[in-house]
Design a protein around this ligand. Structure first.
Ligand SMILES: *[C@@H]1O[C@H](CO)[C@@H](O)[C@H](O)[C@H]1NC(C)=O
Ligand SMILES: *[C@@H]1O[C@H](CO)[C@@H](O)[C@H](O)[C@H]1NC(C)=O
Length: 759
């Protein structure tokens, strides 16, 4: 073994050993014995036979007492054979560390004679150490956003062997992302480095496991491995993602506020905070924000307010999902609102034609009505009808429009006002309805004639009534309204002489009270008839006639008077002729109450007045038939004279009238006929009669030419006998409806008439 070791490596050893040889010379050891052994020989392995190498014989050995002199005893000597033995395991790495040449020097001491032999044993390395990493597992965290090319230094492996047996290289298992390189510290220590050769994606592979192997140069080579665990850490490189772009949701419009509509969910492949998504509305109009709420954490959409299909029947909710890195995703939620019959129909009266004239024919349009229902479909289909009375019907004119028309004739006097109720109902389930009331007034038309309460009137008026007294009242009713029902009364006809009418009676247009304009005299006028008219103020006016018959009742208003013989100026009695044939009660009285006048009656019985007159004072008149006859003759004569005179006057008057120009007319105030003096023009005092009239006379002619004629001198004008102008006018002036003529004036004067007897 010694030989082989010495020979095989002699050339190399020379090179290596040369410096040691020099040191050996220094201790002046000319002949140093050299051996070379591998390390790690087993105990008692023989290095070499010293006896032989020192040239000693076996026989001398016990005497020479070979022994080793060294600091440390790696070797021993077999005293019997002289072999150099390894005393214990020799670990080169422990003795020499990393030194490439490991030489153990010691001396062999021999006695008898004492000799010292220097020996050098070179311990050769064997590959007895494997490369070793300090840790069997290395944990690395690499961000996924790390750029390729980045290096990550690793702890080197350690191999105690020296030389070729030491660590030679590192190997990395085959992988996609990493490479291995070797780097060197400034001290020259080598260490492996990982190089990122491709971008990592945590979302694809968040973990990589590598095996790093350190290999030495031994033969066979030894290796050690370590696990490299690479955790790829998240970078916010993924936006949130919605599963769909558009979600469609239908929703009843009557859901309560807070109702959960939908929940949007976006996913983010990142992890941790990078995957924390917040949801928000994005570019939505105000209505959406008003009606919907979006939970920004959960993405749940709830209603905020009561929805109304009629306001909007769909909503588009644009939703954005965002992660902390502001990476965003968008989706749309289309919410379709389903209609419920939640809107009652509305009835809108667009125009009402009120008041409506009562004579409007059937079919007259009263109102235009529009219906509206904000619901859709059947919920929004509306039909209408009129409630109650059949006076009105609805006619559909176009979609949702109706005309309210009359269906029959109306009568304001019967029903002046209608409340027309119109009901609108939709076809929803259940149906909703609403109603509206139109107040329709019927306006008046003058369609009613005034109606008198009686078919005719008959009144009894006692004579000598006070002028202005009301003698009757007629009344007519007219159910029309306002002027159409406002009745006024008038006298339209009578059997009285038309011009005298107004001086007899008048009627209050408002009250229908008939007034006597004067005191009636039964002796003059026993009855008359009036036609009264009631007339309303419509346009055209309607009127009705009624007859009023007035009967003037007799009163005992005339006292018996002694006409002849006339009383003297002193009131003393004159004469009267009473026929001898006069029977009892001849000039009697029969009035009630009985009236009386007193006169002293001288009865003269004579054949003639002349014959009698001288004796009048003392002797009664003769009462024979001759005297009677004479008396009648006188009376007749007087009458004839009067008539003649009248004729003359009339002739003169007519002539004057035709020759003279029309005189100026003065107007007398009308009034009552005064009885105050004889022959006085009747004066009309103001205010005594409710209805007055003007009487116009030709004052000039009346005054100048025909004043106060006393026909019979000595006979007082008959003051008690009224001879009204009006009663005379018609007889003298027939057909003359103009101004009264001069002749009228004459006749208006109190005219003396001789009345023999007045009963
Ligand atoms: C119509 O209705 C009004 C208000 O409700 C009421 O005052 C009036 O009396 C009614 N008219 C009729 C004719 O019913
Ligand atoms: C009423 O009487 C007047 C006068 O006689 C006449 O003109 C008129 O036609 C009458 N009216 C009626 C409705 O009879």
């Amino acid at each position: 073994m010694r030989q082989s070791a010495g020979r095989s490596s002699s050339a190399r050893c020379l090179q290596v050993l040369w410096p040691f040889l020099l040191s050996l010379f220094r201790v002046a050891l000319p002949d140093q014995i050299r051996y070379s052994i591998p390390e790690e020989l087993t105990k008692n392995s023989v290095v070499a036979n010293l006896a032989k190498d020192l040239g000693l014989s076996f026989r001398d050995l016990p005497a020479r007492k070979l022994r080793i002199s060294a600091e440390k005893d790696y070797f021993i000597i077999n005293p019997e054979s002289g072999d150099l033995l390894v005393s214990d395991r020799i670990d080169r790495e422990r003795i020499c560390g990393k030194q490439p040449l490991c030489v153990l020097d010691f001396d062999i001491v021999a006695e008898n004679p004492l000799s010292i032999f220097p020996v050098a044993v070179t311990v050769q390395d064997i590959n007895d150490n494997i490369p070793q990493f300090k840790q069997s597992k290395v944990d690395l965290k690499i961000g996924e956003s790390t750029k390729p090319g980045k290096t990550f230094p690793l702890d080197p492996a350690v191999d105690a062997d020296a030389g070729p047996n030491s660590l030679q290289r590192y190997l990395l298992n085959d992988n996609e992302y990493f490479d291995l390189t070797e780097n060197e510290t400034p001290d020259g220590d080598k260490y492996p480095e990982l190089i990122l050769k491709d971008s990592l994606d945590r979302e694809e592979h968040n973990f990589h496991q590598l095996v790093l192997t350190a290999v030495d140069g031994g033969s066979p080579p030894q290796s050690g491995t370590t696990q490299i665990h690479i955790q790829v850490t998240d970078a916010n490189d993924n936006p949130p993602v919605f599963s769909q772009d558009v979600f469609r949701v239908t929703l009843r419009e009557d859901v309560p506020p807070g109702f959960s509509v939908f929940r949007v969910t976006a996913t983010d492949q990142d992890e941790g905070v990078n995957a924390e998504i917040t949801y928000s509305f994005h570019n939505v109009d105000e209505l959406v924000e008003h009606f919907f709420n979006l939970d920004q954490r959960t993405g749940e959409i709830t209603t905020k307010d009561e929805l109304d299909f009629e306001t909007a029947n769909s909503y588009t909710l644009n939703i954005e999902a965002k992660d902390p890195g502001d990476l965003a995703a968008h989706c749309r939620v289309q919410v379709k609102i389903l209609d419920e019959n939640d809107c009652a129909p509305e009835v809108i009266v667009t125009s009402v034609f009120t008041p409506l004239p009562e004579n409007s024919p059937p079919g007259t349009v009263i109102a235009l009505i529009k219906t509206r229902d904000r619901d859709s479909g059947e919920n929004g289909e509306v039909y209408c009808h009129v409630l109650g009375n059949g006076e009105f019907i609805l006619k559909s004119s176009s979609k949702n429009y109706y005309k309210l028309v009359t269906d029959r004739a109306l009568d304001r006097e019967e029903i002046p006002e209608y409340n027309v109720t119109i009901t609108a109902t939709d076809r929803g389930k259940p149906p909703l309805s609403s109603r509206i009331s139109i107040t329709l007034r019927v306006s008046d038309v003058n369609d009613n004639v005034p109606v008198f309460q009686q078919a005719s009137y008959l009144v009894h008026v006692p004579e000598n009534n006070p002028p202005g007294a009301s003698i009757a009242q007629v009344s007519a009713s007219d159910p029309d309204l306002g002027p159409n029902g406002h009745v006024s009364y008038s006298i339209v006809a009578s059997d009285l002489e038309p011009r005298a009418l107004s001086s007899y009676v008048s009627v209050n247009p408002q009250s229908g009270v008939v007034f006597a304009q004067r005191a009636f005299d039964h002796e003059q006028l026993r009855a008359f008839e009036l036609t009264l008219q009631a007339r309303d103020q419509g346009s055209p006016a309607l009127s009705a006639n009624v007859s009023l018959r007035v009967l003037v009742g007799d009163l005992n208003d005339n006292a018996p008077r002694v006409l002849y013989p006339a009383l003297g100026p002193d009131g003393s009695a004159l004469f009267d002729l009473v026929p001898r044939a006069a029977e009892t009660g001849y000039p009697g009285t029969g009035g009630r109450p009985p009236l009386s006048a007193t006169a002293t009656l001288h009865l003269v019985f004579a054949d003639s007045l002349q014959e009698v007159l001288p004796d009048l004072g003392d002797s009664p008149a003769p009462s024979d038939a001759q005297a009677e006859l004479q008396f009648y003759l006188v009376v007749a004569l007087a009458l004839i004279s009067v008539l003649f005179l009248l004729a003359v006057i009339l002739a003169v008057a007519l002539r004057l009238r035709s020759s003279s120009s029309p005189a100026s007319w003065g107007c007398f105030r009308p009034g009552l006929i005064s009885k105050s003096g004889p022959g006085v023009v009747p004066t009309y005092s103001e205010g005594t009669l409710p209805y007055s009239y003007n009487l116009c006379v030709a004052s000039q002619s009346a005054k100048t030419e025909f004043n106060f004629l006393n026909v019979t001198p000595g006979v007082a004008p008959a003051q008690d006998l009224l001879c009204d102008d009006a009663s005379w006018v018609p007889h003298t002036n027939h057909g003359d409806t103009g101004a009264p003529s001069a002749s009228d004036t004459i006749l208006k004067v109190g005219f003396p008439l001789i009345r023999l007897f007045s009963f």
